[in-house]
Design a binder for this molecule. Structure first.
Ligand code: B12
Ligand code: SF4
Length: 451
């Protein structure tokens, strides 16, 4: 059979300005699920192609020779996924199977645009589903017990650009913050053996990948295991250029771990600082103290590890001043990047249930669920004020003066990338101002009206 997987991207992300910006700043990569499932299907004798719409449009002609289409969904691309599902079923008369984060949280909704929906990790059922051996509409797939049994993602199936290989050495996270989708989708928390991880890294080295991202939700959750992987990377000479990963403030307490991260070039880390208000941290169940955050910010600098500080905007205990203080703090600790994320009630999370029960969900158009748009009614400010705080945070953090500091701290390349981010953020803020002041019907004018 000829099988096509599509990872959709919302309308705004397929526009050429966005793609151009992405190619300057980001390194193209891929969700690993379809590449793993594709590998399983290839091993079962099928021909598979995978497209990431973030980087390139899908060549619809390919559908003529396709027998079945698999579509990955996350919430912000669900509308596009449904649009594709409808077109492929109605115009091309091909069966569609959906899976991924969003379809797993709301399978009945996804089923309106697909022939089958797989809830959860699809490795064990994918061959039977794609071959049409399963008759149920919604298939509940069991989580994989031993992740070492899962084949490595097959990048030869990917038909769109890819500069960095993504590796997942674990699934889930031992914590359970109230807004987090992945600790619920990938449950329980499981991890692969260090040797299995090393084999995958060897493959990427042999394929010529210069960049690798560790996409685990919390790579340093199990420190002895993380250290073992890093030690083996050094021993096997598996060092890539600047390597990205997700961490947690607690990693900064372990000096040996920090040295290994530095020595293996795992030198760009995204950490959820979330808020500098302890009531907010407790409310989201972060199990993190303000002192941990401060200590982490100061320590990472000493190890030349670039911090991408993620803060959540709009928590029930936070005021506008709390948001501004958090941005100021990120500047003070010389965070390399700021990732302000507007609190987003993703289906399947406790915060979604809470806001639904309290009647606080204002916008149910999924394309706005990308952490950059306000979709709920905040407690301590109006929706419009929160949206404006998001752009204020970006504008305030990405100053040219701050970028110059980055040259000094992290060298020329990092400095230039930060300049690029500065320019992109100024353009983004300009577009925001223009759009929000225009008479057209858009998300911002809707938020203004609601407020
Ligand atoms: C790598 C990654 C990216 C990359 C690549 C994504 C891309 N090209 O679209 C980049 C950095 C570009 C990215 C961007 C974004 N991302 Co992202 N990303 C991830 C990350 C960290 C890893 C994905 C992965 O490989 N998972 C591991 C594999 C094993 O799981 P999987 O891919 O889901 O596959 C399994 C199942 O889902 C299922 N399955 C998957 N596909 C299919 C298809 C079919 C047909 C079937 C049956 C089953 C099936 O079986 C698979 C095997 O078990 C996840 C977090 C995570 N843990 O998943 C976030 C995550 C998916 N991203 C998220 C978000 C919000 C975004 C952005 C909106 C962020 C932003 N503001 O810009 C954008 C949107 C991009 C878009 N396409 O529109 C959220 C989504 C939340 C939600 N509930 O919707 C996540 C969960 C992060 C988080 N912690 O909240 N992302
Ligand atoms: S620490 Fe991060 S990955 Fe873990 S539950 Fe909290 S938000 Fe999710």
């Amino acid at each position: 059979m000829n099988i096509l997987f599509i990872v959709p991207a919302a309308d705004i992300r397929r526009n050429w300005i966005y793609r151009l910006g992405g190619s300057f700043y980001g390194r193209s990569n891929s969700i690993t699920g379809p590449l793993i499932l594709g590998r399983i299907l290839k091993d079962a004798g099928h021909k598979v192609k995978v497209y990431e719409e973030l980087y390139q449009d899908v060549d619809m002609d390919v559908l003529e020779n396709t027998d079945v289409v698999g579509i990955y969904t996350m919430t912000s691309n669900a509308i596009r996924a449904y649009e594709l599902g409808d077109i492929i079923r109605e115009k091309y008369k091909k069966p569609v199977v959906m899976g991924g984060m969003h379809a797993s949280a709301l399978p009945e909704e996804a089923l309106k645009h697909a022939d089958h929906v797989v809830v959860g990790e699809a490795e064990k059922v994918i061959v039977d589903v794609m071959e049409g051996n399963i008759k149920e509409d919604i298939i509940y797939a069991p989580p994989i017990e031993n992740l070492d049994d899962v084949p490595f993602p097959d990048y030869s199936l990917l038909k769109t650009p890819c500069q960095a290989a993504n590796i997942m050495t674990s699934r889930g996270c031992p914590f359970n913050c109230i807004f987090c989708t992945t600790s619920r989708m990938f449950y329980p928390y499981r991890y692969r053996s260090p040797d299995n991880v090393i084999e995958e890294l060897k493959l990427y080295k042999s394929m010529g990948f210069k960049y690798v991202n560790f996409e685990d939700d919390n790579f340093t959750a199990n420190k002895p295991r993380a250290k073992e992987i890093l030690e083996k990377m050094i021993k096997e000479d598996l060092i890539f250029k600047e390597t990205f990963y997700f961490g947690r403030t607690d990693m900064a307490k372990d000096k040996e771990l920090l040295e290994l991260l530095r020595d293996t070039n795992l030198n760009r880390v995204l950490i959820g600082i979330e808020s500098l208000n302890q009531d907010s941290l407790d409310y989201i169940n972060k199990k993190q103290k303000i002192e941990d955050i401060r200590m982490c910010g100061e320590t990472l600098q000493k190890y030349n590890i670039k911090l991408i500080a993620s803060i959540v905007l709009g928590l029930d205990y936070d005021t506008k001043q709390d948001i501004r203080d958090a941005v100021q703090f990120c500047k003070e600790i010389n965070a390399y990047q700021l990732q302000p994320a507007i609190l987003t009630p993703y289906p399947g999370t406790p915060i979604y249930e809470q806001f639904k029960n309290e009647g606080r969900i204002l916008i149910d158009d999924w394309q706005y669920y990308d952490m950059m748009n306000v979709v709920f009614k905040p407690k301590n400010m109006s929706p419009w004020e929160l949206q404006a705080e998001f752009f204020n945070a970006v504008d305030e953090f990405y100053s040219f003066k701050g970028a110059l500091k980055m040259f000094k701290l992290f060298g020329f390349e990092a400095g230039m990338r930060r300049i690029g981010l500065c320019i992109a953020s100024k353009i983004g803020c300009g577009i925001f101002k223009k759009t929000s002041n225009s008479d057209s019907d858009n998300i911002y004018s809707r938020l203004k009206k609601i407020s």
